[in-house]
Ligand binder design. Structure first.
Ligand SMILES: C[S@@+](CC[C@H](N)C(=O)[O-])C[C@H]1O[C@@H](n2cnc3c(N)ncnc32)[C@H](O)[C@@H]1O
Length: 313
C-alpha cells in the first residue's frame, strides 16, 4: 500500500454541509479544506458547467486527491486558505457562489505517526499541516518562553495546569532539547497532579490541541479567511463552516452574528433604513449537529458543529 492510500478520512456532515450550500450546478464553488476530497466529490457531483476550487496547505492531501484523477472543473490549489482572495484572483475568480470549510486536522494527518499530531504515537515533534513552514511544535516547545507556553496552553487548550506543565518543559529543555511526542507527553503528565490525571480524557489532549493551533495559527487563518469569504460570496451564495472545537466555533458564531444583525442604529427608529439591513442571514439559528447514526459510525464527528450563512444582497 502506498503512503498516499494508506490513510482514510471519514467525511463529517457530508450531506448537511454540502446540501446547505444550495448548489447552483453552473456556479463557482470553493472547498477551503480539501483533505481527502469527501466534500469536494459531493459538490462536484452536483455541478454541470460549474467550477470548484479546492484548497489545502498540505501537499499530501493535494497528492492523494490528484492520484484519483481530477476532472477539468476541479482546480486544486496548494495554498493556505488565509490567502483565499489572492489565490482565487490568480485563477481569475473574484466572486463565488459558495464556500465550504471543514476545519482542523484530517484523519490521515492525525493517523500518520510521522506528522507528530497525535499523543498516541511516538514521533518527532512537528504538527505542521504545511510541511514547508518553519514553525513546528519542536520550535514552540523548545524555544517559546515560559509565558508564551502558559498563554497558549491556557488560551488554546483551556488547560488548568498550564503553569506547572510549562514549568516542567522549561526545566527539561534546560538539560537537553525535547524531541518527541512521548517526551512531551511525559512532561505534561508530570505537570498534572496525579488525582487530576485520572479524570477526563487523555492528559496530553489539551496541550497537544493548544500547540497544534499555535503551530498552524488556526484561529488567525480562519478569521482572515472568513473575512475574505464574506466579501467574495455573491448574493444568494452561502458559506458553510464545520468546526471541531469551542474556540473556532465561537469565532465563526461571532463573525456570523456581526454580519447577520443590524448594528449601531439610534434607538427607537420606526423602520430599519434599507442601507442598514444586514448583508447576510443565518440559515440555522442553532448549529447543525451530526445525526445519531453518524456519531456511532464516526468518532471524529463528536465535537462537530455546522454553521451556515447566506448573502442576501
Ligand atoms: C478535516 S480535513 C478536511 C476533510 C475533507 N472535507 C474530506 O472530506 O476529506 C481539513 C483539511 O484542511 C486543511 N487545512 C486546515 N487548515 C488549512 C488552511 N489554513 N489552509 C489550507 N488548508 C487547511 C488540512 O490540511 C486538512 O487536510
Amino acid at each position: 500500500m502506498s503512503a498516499m492510500t494508506e490513510f482514510k478520512h471519514e467525511t463529517v456532515l457530508l450531506k448537511e454541509a454540502t446540501d446547505n450550500l444550495a448548489i447552483d450546478p453552473t456556479g463557482i464553488y470553493v472547498d477551503a479544506t480539501l483533505g481527502r476530497g469527501g466534500h469536494t466529490r459531493r459538490i462536484l457531483s452536483q455541478l454541470t458547467s460549474g467550477q470548484l476550487y479546492a484548497f489545502d496547505q498540505d501537499q499530501a492531501a493535494i497528492d492523494a486527491v490528484q492520484a484519483q484523477g481530477v476532472p477539468a472543473n476541479l482546480h486544486l490549489l496548494h495554498r493556505n486558505f488565509r490567502e483565499l482572495d489572492e489565490a482565487l484572483a490568480g485563477e481569475g475568480v473574484t466572486a463565488v457562489n459558495g464556500i465550504l470549510y471543514d476545519l482542523g486536522v484530517s484523519s490521515p494527518q492525525f493517523d500518520d505517526s510521522r506528522r507528530g499530531f497525535s499523543y498516541r504515537f511516538d514521533a518527532p515533534l512537528d504538527m505542521r499541516m504545511d510541511q514547508s513552514q518553519a514553525l513546528s511544535a519542536r520550535v514552540i516547545v523548545n524555544e517559546w518562553s515560559y509565558q508564551e507556553l502558559v498563554r497558549i496552553f491556557t488560551r488554546y487548550g483551556e488547560e488548568r495546569f498550564a503553569k506547572s506543565i510549562a514549568r516542567k518543559i522549561e526545566q527539561a529543555r534546560a538539560t537537553k532539547p525535547i524531541e518527541t511526542t512521548f517526551e512531551l507527553v511525559d512532561l505534561i503528565k508530570a505537570g498534572i497532579p496525579a488525582k487530576a490525571r485520572r479524570t477526563g480524557g487523555h492528559p496530553a489532549k489539551k496541550v497537544f490541541q493548544a500547540i497544534r493551533i499555535a503551530v498552524n495559527d488556526e484561529l488567525g487563518a480562519l478569521e482572515a479567511s472568513l473575512t475574505q469569504a464574506l466579501q467574495l460570496v455573491k448574493p444568494g451564495g452561502r458559506i458553510s463552516v464545520i468546526t471541531f472545537q469551542s474556540l473556532e466555533d465561537r469565532l465563526v458564531k461571532t463573525m456570523f452574528k456581526e454580519q447577520t444583525t443590524v448594528q449601531d442604529l439610534p434607538q427607537g427608529l420606526p423602520v430599519i433604513p434599507p442601507e442598514a439591513r444586514p448583508h447576510f442571514k443565518l440559515i440555522n439559528r442553532k448549529p447543525i449537529l451530526p445525526s445519531e447514526a453518524e456519531l456511532i459510525a464516526n468518532h471524529r464527528a463528536h465535537s462537530a458543529k455546522l454553521r451556515v450563512v447566506e448573502r442576501v444582497y
